[in-house]
Write a protein that binds this ligand. Structure first.
Ligand code: HEC
Length: 129
């Protein structure tokens, strides 16, 4: 009797242990939440290091110093449209020449990854964060 019991237990172990451990991971870990792009620590430093601030400071026309002044924009209207990177002059001019020159004027132009930071920030609402 006890032998039969042990046999059953060991058979169950043989059958179930592999079944339990060999299922892969059905819950593939979610990609880490994308970190929020911030005006203060991402966008503003980029505008400074890429020379935008030098040509678009407080000397009239477009001022890239603050979110508010970007929303006001320049001769062609708002430089950014909150939630709509594709309609934002700033993004269009980083990528090409919707009017005038590609920015920063004279280059070197931003990398796709750098431009994506602007797009993500604008599409997330262009917050003053
Ligand atoms: C060497 C000077 C210079 C630099 C550097 C520069 N710009 Fe400009 N930018 C201009 C001039 C001049 C114009 C107006 C002529 C034109 O649209 O090409 C302009 C126009 C713009 C406009 C359109 C404003 C409007 O409504 O007419 C945007 C947006 C802009 N720049 C963004 C940027 C950004 C973002 C950077 C940095 C990545 C940058 N610029 C760097 C000189 C510069």
């Amino acid at each position: 009797m006890i032998f039969k019991f042990l046999l059953t237990v060991s058979l169950l172990l043989i059958l179930f242990i592999p079944a339990c451990t060999d299922q892969g991971n059905p819950l593939t870990p979610a990609a880490p939440a994308a970190t929020e792009v911030k005006f203060s620590s991402d966008i503003s430093p980029l505008l400074a290091s890429k020379g935008c601030v030098g040509c678009h400071g407080s000397n009239g026309g477009l001022n890239v110093g603050t979110v508010a002044s970007l929303l006001t924009g320049g001769n062609h209207g708002p430089a950014i449209v909150a939630g709509k990177a594709d309609s934002s002059n700033l993004v269009l001019k980083l990528k090409g020449t919707p009017f005038g020159s590609r920015m920063p004027q004279g280059g070197p132009y931003l990398t796709a990854a750098e431009i994506k930071l602007f797009e993500d920030w604008i599409n997330a609402g262009a917050k003053n964060n």
